[in-house]
Design a binder for this molecule. Structure first.
Ligand SMILES: [Zn+2]
Ligand SMILES: [Zn+2]
Length: 301
């Protein structure tokens, strides 16, 4: 069996000079350096926790405040544990830890067993259902996608944990957004009461500042929950249609390539509108040169 061919998203085949590189894959999602999106995700979680315990929980009526705070605390702990687990769990194929067998000189002589492939980046033999992630620099068993919010890949070994994490986070954001909207509405209806509460809890005399904060956070969480809801629905669709995110991307890419070959305009509606506004030209293209340019650009994910 031939060595594992690089996909369009993978780096080029290493030359003999580059082959002296040491294979040093990321062990888990907390390996240094952390991804920027990963840091943003943790900061976001911390920010929302602080907002709940300062702007939401103290203003809820008793005894609902006790029950709702307990639900929030339990779900928060679950979100942190699931996120950390998704980043820490091993996603690499078992073969990645195996003996390094590949060199540009000897790869034609390597005997690859049935159901296995030779990865020239990991320099070892791995399972057939692997894809090499260039960010993690290792072959991922049952590759689904590389999650920049986790700083790690989602593969067959971590898919369930990842899915439970997204559903739990969706619940937490929806829960906190609902409480935020309730408090905002309650403060609008009884401003005097909330002026007293704000003065007692935060020693602030103007309840309008509190209202603005609660409104903005509720809006922010509603937007976040909507985006997360879309992601959960997308993964339910993938599960029903029995495909991975990566397989879906490859399918979409191939469909786009074929459409472009037929001379069809494959840009999204948003891009068409932006193009129309910025270039002052009709959204539809006559085909020809631009299509050829885009066709030649399909190597980008
Ligand atoms: Zn590999
Ligand atoms: Zn990865």
């Amino acid at each position: 069996m031939p060595p594992h061919p690089p996909s369009q998203t993978e780096p080029s085949v290493p030359t003999e000079e580059e082959d002296d590189d040491i294979v040093r894959p990321r062990q888990h999602g907390f390996d240094w350096p952390l991804e920027r999106s990963q840091i943003i995700a943790w900061a976001n979680i911390l920010f929302l926790f602080v907002m709940f315990w300062t702007l939401h929980a103290p203003f809820l009526p008793y005894p609902a405040s006790v029950v709702l705070s307990a639900i929030f605390a339990a779900t928060s702990i679950a979100v942190v544990c699931l996120k950390a687990s998704s980043s820490l769990m091993q996603t690499a194929d078992d073969g990645v830890a195996g003996e390094l067998v590949y060199t540009p000189k000897n790869f034609l002589n390597i005997v690859v067993p049935e159901g296995k492939i030779l990865c020239m980046y990991c320099k070892t033999i791995v399972s057939e259902n692997c894809k090499h992630c260039r960010t993690c620099d290792k072959c991922i068993e049952g590759f689904d996608h590389h999650c920049m919010w986790l700083g790690a890949c989602v593969g067959v070994k971590t898919y369930r944990v990842f899915f439970v994490f997204t559903v739990t986070t969706l619940f937490l954001m929806t829960f906190q957004a609902a409480i935020g909207w309730y408090l905002f509405a309650a403060s609008v209806m009884d401003l005097e009461l909330y002026e007293l509460k704000v003065r007692r809890i935060h020693n602030v005399t103007n309840a309008t500042v509190y209202q603005v904060f609660v409104f903005l956070i509720a809006l922010y969480e509603t937007c976040g929950a909507t985006a997360l809801g879309n992601l959960v629905m997308f993964h339910i669709y993938l599960k029903i249609s029995d495909q991975s995110t990566y397989a879906w991307i490859l399918k979409r890419r191939e469909e786009k390539r074929l459409a472009e070959a037929r001379g069809e305009d494959t840009r999204s509606t948003t891009r068409k509108i932006i193009h129309c506004i910025t270039c002052h030209k009709p959204a539809s293209r006559p085909g020809g040169t631009e299509i050829e340019e885009q066709t030649g650009n399909t190597s980008k994910p």
